[in-house]
Design a protein around this ligand. Structure first.
Ligand code: PGA
Length: 261
């Protein structure tokens, strides 16, 4: 059975002091709820403080981006070896980065390879726009993004990956995909794309090991139904992760659901 994961993507929110306060509140509520992988991804400037705070807890820490080179003349960028001293996870190719900061399938692939080379667990984001969805292009777009991100990786690397399916029309809109829609894409497109790219060529069963998250307007009310889907192993949570109460409620709902499986 794949371990469930509730990953909070704080985006560009919380100063270092605010981040510490929120992290302390989360720690107090779900710091020991080990049956669910809890991962917090604050802005870069809060990583150091939160790494200290989470040292003796089982809460994982993640960054929201990285550069693919290990070091060099790239003003303003952060590399995998720098992150590896502080975090275990890194979000790659979030749609906001693809939309506003020039991330492409190619840079997502390079960032994913760089993260893996330095022992980080990538949370690779894929998802279609509303226009693509309405044009019936979801499977082609999302399947293509998954295949591109996996280019050049070996089966073992892919097995440790986390992939987040986040339909862009559902992010921050309050309009989540239905649990069935999310299942259809996470299973029928994302996991199928992993199988096609890796399993078929290497006679492996990697696709059954990859953890697939759904993201886009998840909250304490809809999380149980989403997490009940067979191909959804967790959530990448934006807005609802910015409050300890709602984030903790989602972790608890997931723990409860998995305890009855
Ligand atoms: P949301 O964001 O939960 O606020 O919709 C999700 C995300 O962008 O990762």
């Amino acid at each position: 059975m794949r371990r469930p994961m509730m990953a909070g993507n704080w985006k560009m929110n919380k100063t270092p002091r605010e981040a510490r306060e929120l992290a302390q509140a989360i720690l107090a509520q779900v710091g020991t709820l080990d049956t669910v992988d809890r991962v917090i991804c604050p802005p870069f400037v809060a990583l150091s403080a939160l790494a200290d705070l989470f040292t003796h807890s089982s809460i994982g820490l993640g960054a929201q981006n990285l550069h693919w080179e290990a070091a060099g003349a790239y003003t303003g960028e952060i590399s995998a070896p720098m992150l590896a001293e502080l975090v275990s996870y890194v979000i790659i190719g979030h749609s906001e980065r693809r939309q506003f900061f020039g991330d492409t399938d190619e840079t997502v692939q390079r960032k994913t390879a760089a993260a893996l080379a330095h022992g980080l667990i990538p949370i690779v984001c894929v998802g279609e726009t509303l226009a693509q969805n309405e044009a019936g292009e979801t499977a082609t777009v999302v399947g293509g993004q998954v295949a591109a991100a996996l280019d050049g990786l070996d089966a073992e690397q892919v097995a440790g990956l986390v992939i987040a399916y986040e339909p862009i029309w559902a992010i921050g809109t309050g309009r989540a995909a239905t649990a069935q829609q999310a299942q259809d894409i996470c299973g029928g497109v994302v996991r199928a794309a992993v199988a096609q790219k890796i399993d078929a060529h290497r006679a492996a069963t990697v696709s059954t090991k990859v953890r697939i998250l759904y993201g886009g307007s998840t909250n304490p009310e809809n999380i149980a139904e989403i997490m009940a889907q067979p191909d959804i192993d967790g959530a990448l949570i934006g807005g609802a992760a910015l409050k300890a109460d709602s984030y903790a409620a989602m972790v608890r709902a997931t723990a409860h659901l998995y305890s009855t499986r």
